[in-house]
Design a protein around this ligand. Structure first.
Ligand code: HEM
Length: 471
């Protein structure tokens, strides 16, 4: 039986996760087998106490309770040592800022990523998607994750900075982002600064990558100030720095922090989502065949998708939605109680860490029957119930919901349609799915696949494969 939206306040179950190690708490389980650990928690309650090192923390394991936390930013804000550390690396941008300054920052950036605006990026995304798969040859292997990182880096840098970065600098940004995102996770979960001052190759790589990213952004800002205005996110930020638009001017540091935050958030998650989609499709031939049938019907002859095609790429969007459910790149997030409060009947002290995990919510059989099964049809129009739609939270919810949610959906749908319309990717012989290595995001970090010619689905199409309904 799947879960329904409760009509009245439910009686919450609370508990404590077993297996607390002295000093390390559940840190080892979370690091060594993060997904199995998360999947084990709902059995212990809707709100489950865990230990992060010696500290108590509470994991919300029910979608409605998660909404309760996310819809109350006065009580559950970003904050605590984790965000203090992230703030040192990313500045005071949209991800790390606290509630009092959040609204103004969000209002400034929102227009560029508004759902009605997302389709305006169609040509940009399809051009870049075509360009990354252009050189793929049948029978050769393709570094899929790297190619998707190239694609999403080029897309976000054009959205933020138009054509300010040349190809070499864009590739450098991609490589720096990979090193920084990898290093960010350990720096936020292991609070021992001395470790990261050691001259190890990993520390040197991280420091170099962060320094280069900051320098590339500073150069782009300085060059724009010397040249003409452009209608992009940097243009919006510089207008805000000049005090245009009525709000108090933002500082140069804020311009910089916004750009680095958007680069750090806008590249890896959509790239991992796309890499995961190709990996999952290769393991689920029926889902792949139906996707191809839609692409051949909507985009005959491998035509490049345009803005008007988006409403007809129903199954393609379902593949993206199901990939985000099955293999959500954003897997674990925290909030801090700003005051003593009650959650699920438990008293939480001021400063308490509350965690939520899209991965956990998406793999709870109470919300999604047979959760390990990759089944894009779950998201066909009219199929999913209200409770399932509420439990699907790859982009979070509430005022800190992903700024780029619709942009990322459009980007991934168009990129998938463009690439899968031209090429078919298969796992190489001997491929074994690797257990995920925890980082800020989860996903296949070094996926390599084999490229095959794409047979037209019209050869084997069965009635009903192409969904006309675009509700
Ligand atoms: C598949 C792709 C993506 C996924 C799964 C994803 C997921 C998320 C999640 C779960 C959050 C909330 C984090 C929290 O609760 O602490 C978030 C926030 C955010 N995301 Fe994304 N994201 C994606 C793509 C993007 C893109 C393309 C951008 C670039 C515009 C972006 C920019 C942001 C920003 C700026 C925030 C902070 C929003 C705020 O606090 O107001 N994301 N994202």
């Amino acid at each position: 039986m799947s879960r329904a939206v409760p009509e009245q306040k439910p009686t919450w179950r609370t508990g404590t996760a077993p297996g607390i190690f002295p000093l390390l708490g559940h840190g080892i389980a979370l690091y060594r087998r993060p997904l199995a650990f998360l999947n084990s928690l709902p059995a212990h309650g809707d709100l489950v106490e865990i230990r992060l090192g010696p500290q108590r923390a509470w994991m919300v394991c029910h979608p409605e309770l998660t909404h309760e936390v996310l819809m109350d930013p006065h009580t559950f804000d970003k904050g605590g040592p984790l965000y203090d550390r992230l703030g040192k690396l990313m500045g005071d941008g949209l991800v790390t800022c606290r509630r009092p300054t959040h609204r103004a920052k969000r209002r400034l950036l929102q227009p560029a990523f508004r759902p009605s605006h997302a389709a305006a990026y169609t040509d940009l995304v399809t051009e870049e998607a075509e360009s990354v798969c252009h050189g793929w040859r049948t029978g050769r292997t393709v570094p899929v994750t790297e190619a998707m990182m190239t694609l999403t880096t080029r897309v976000i840098s054009r959205v933020l900075l138009s054509d300010s970065l040349d190809d070499t600098t864009t590739a450098e940004v991609r490589d720096c982002l990979t090193d920084v995102v990898r290093g960010l996770f350990v720096r936020t979960v292991v609070p021992i600064d001395a470790l990261f001052r050691l001259p190890t190759p990993a520390n040197r790589r991280y420091r170099h990558a962060l320094t280069r990213l900051h320098a590339i952004i500073d150069t782009a800002i300085a060059e724009r100030r010397r040249g003409p205005d452009r209608d992009d996110v940097l243009g919006t930020l510089l207008a805000a720095a000049r005090g245009e638009g009525g709000a108090p001017p933002i500082t140069d540091q804020e311009v910089h922090d916004h750009l680095i935050t958007l680069l750090l958030t806008g590249v890896e998650a959509p790239a991992l989502c796309l890499a995961d989609a190709f990996s999952l499709l290769a393991r689920h031939p029926e889902a792949e065949r139906r996707l191809h049938a839609e692409l051949d019907a909507v985009l005959p002859g491998g035509r490049r998708p345009g803005r008007d095609d988006l409403p007809h790429l129903v199954r393609t969007r379902c593949v993206v939605a199901e990939t985000l459910r099955h293999s959500s790149p954003g897997w674990l997030f925290t909030r801090v109680a700003t005051r003593e409060t009650e959650l699920a009947g438990c008293r939480l002290p001021a400063g308490a860490t509350v965690l939520y995990s899209p991965y956990l919510l998406h793999h709870d059989p109470a919300s999604f029957p047979d959760p390990e099964r990759f089944d894009p049809d779950r998201w066909l129009p009219g199929r999913a119930g209200a409770a399932q739609r509420r439990a699907l939270m790859p982009f979070s919810a509430g005022n800190r919901k992903c700024l780029g949610d619709e942009f990322a959906m459009v980007e991934a749908t168009l990129a998938l349609a463009t690439i899968a319309g031209r090429r078919r990717l298969r796992h190489v012989p001997g491929y074994v799915e690797q257990p995920p290595r925890p980082a800020i995001t989860l996903g296949p970090r070094a996926l390599v696949m084999a490229c095959e010619a794409r047979s037209r689905a019209s050869d084997s199409r069965t009635a009903g494969d192409h969904v006309v309904d675009n509700a």
